[in-house]
Ligand binder design. Structure first.
Ligand SMILES: Cc1ncc(COP(=O)(O)O)c(C=O)c1O
Length: 391
């Protein structure tokens, strides 16, 4: 009775989440260093409810691109034309629209490895498949895309889109200027659309200025994605958007086809849409506050896990909400994460959740409140120091 693409349902539970549930039922306290829900970390702008009660909320004036006044406010904030914007219910929904726009059944989408683990499902549900391009880590320089390998992949006939995450989750690495130029040129040459996820772009941690958006791409076809989920830590508001740029004949065709896709669902709720003009002016201050927490946690981790004789290593993190930590490989990554949770109550996600090639990587969420973050890191270091004797 069921489609093949829905067969992955129920496969997301793993030993770590089962152990977490067992400890929760036993009433144990869990220090969750994998917490990526900003609300659960106390991150939320004040006065949001008041913005959701604009009078327009009671009128139904469908527009497949999203309400004009909201797009006008967004266009002014982004410095682009209203015509380049489509509002969606989330970035994830924008991906699904783009895969509908670009892919026939069996077509391929290139996504980064390591990376955010949702793409396989997002693509699969649109009858497309994901193919991974590699990112290599060299310490302390950071992450680089394997460009010669990527070129071979982009040249494959079934490849329709290349996804860049700028900065990538969980590696925290931005696309470097030389990578950017090569990738834009490759995508134009092989007629592959570029989808650039910029949800973490403004969370640059080692400098004040964030690297430029890809929204000024003038060749090929480029879609930049963003939304309130990360910009204002409001995933529950369900409001995202895409900004379309590139060669005029391609962008015009893409917009026409996207109108049909968006019009079929009209999924954006009136309340967040009409709140947008009131919310955008708050983004800069809000992000400054969140960045401060991320930077404090990064500095604390460097202090706790650093030192010349330390068996730990912080992987270079330029931006975003996640820090990758290389830990002593006394045992498999999975066993380490399970035992750490069982014996100390500290929950971390092992690197294989994100398809990290290297063993012995833990992903730590930098949005966790500072005191909790430092406490968990200190406990984790102590546990590792005692580990060989406990084993
Ligand atoms: C890189 C990246 N893009 C998109 C999303 C999802 O955003 P949204 O809530 O707008 O669907 C996430 C969620 O963690 C993410 O890490």
């Amino acid at each position: 009775m069921f489609s093949d693409k829905s067969a992955a349902a129920g496969t997301s539970s793993n030993q770590l989440s089962q152990l977490q549930e067992k400890l929760r039922l036993e009433g144990k306290t869990i220090l969750n260093l994998a917490q990526s829900n900003p609300g659960a970390c106390g991150l939320m702008p004040a006065g949001i409810l008041e913005t959701l009660t604009q009078p327009e909320v009671l009128q139904y004036t469908p527009d497949c691109r999203g309400a004009l006044n909201s797009r006008q406010a967004l266009a002014a904030w982004l410095g682009c034309s209203v015509d380049d914007l489509f509002l969606s219910a989330s970035t994830s929904e924008a991906y699904s629209w783009l895969f509908k726009l670009l892919c026939n059944p069996g077509d391929q989408i290139l996504v980064p490895h390591p990376g955010y683990p949702l793409f396989e499902h997002l693509a699969g549900l649109e009858n497309a498949t994901t193919r991974y391009y590699r990112m290599d880590y060299i310490h302390p320089a950071g992450w680089r895309i394997d460009l010669p390998e990527l070129e071979k992949q982009v040249a494959e006939p079934d490849v329709k889109a290349l996804v860049l995450i700028h900065p990538n989750n969980p590696t925290g690495s931005y696309i470097q200027a030389d990578e950017r130029n090569t990738i834009i040129e490759l995508c134009e040459r092989y007629k592959v659309a570029l989808i650039v996820d910029e949800v973490f772009r403004l969370y640059k941690l080692d400098e004040a200025t964030a690297p430029a958006s890809f929204a000024d791409t003038r060749s090929g076809l480029c879609f930049c994605l963003n939304g309130l989920s990360k910009l204002l830590c409001l995933p529950q508001l369900k409001l995202g958007w895409m900004q379309i740029s590139g060669a005029p004949e391609l962008t015009a065709e893409a917009k026409l086809r996207l109108e049909l896709i968006a019009d079929t669902y009209l999924s954006v709720g009136a309340a967040p849409m009409h709140a947008l003009p009131l919310l955008l002016p708050r983004v800069a201050d809000f992000i400054a506050g969140v960045r401060w927490r991320l930077q404090q946690n990064l500095a604390a981790a460097a202090l706790i896990f650093g030192g010349d004789d330390s068996p730990f290593r912080l992987l270079r993190c330029e931006g975003g909400w996640t820090l990758l930590l290389a830990v002593p490989r006394y045992s498999s990554e999975e066993e380490l994460a399970l035992r750490l949770l069982e014996e100390t109550g500290i929950l971390v996600h092992p690197g294989y959740f994100f398809d990290c090639e290297q063993e012995g990587i833990f992903a730590l969420s930098l949005i966790v409140p500072e005191e909790q973050f430092s406490l968990a890191c200190r406990k984790m270091r102590q546990w590792f120091e005692a580990f060989p004797h406990n084993f």
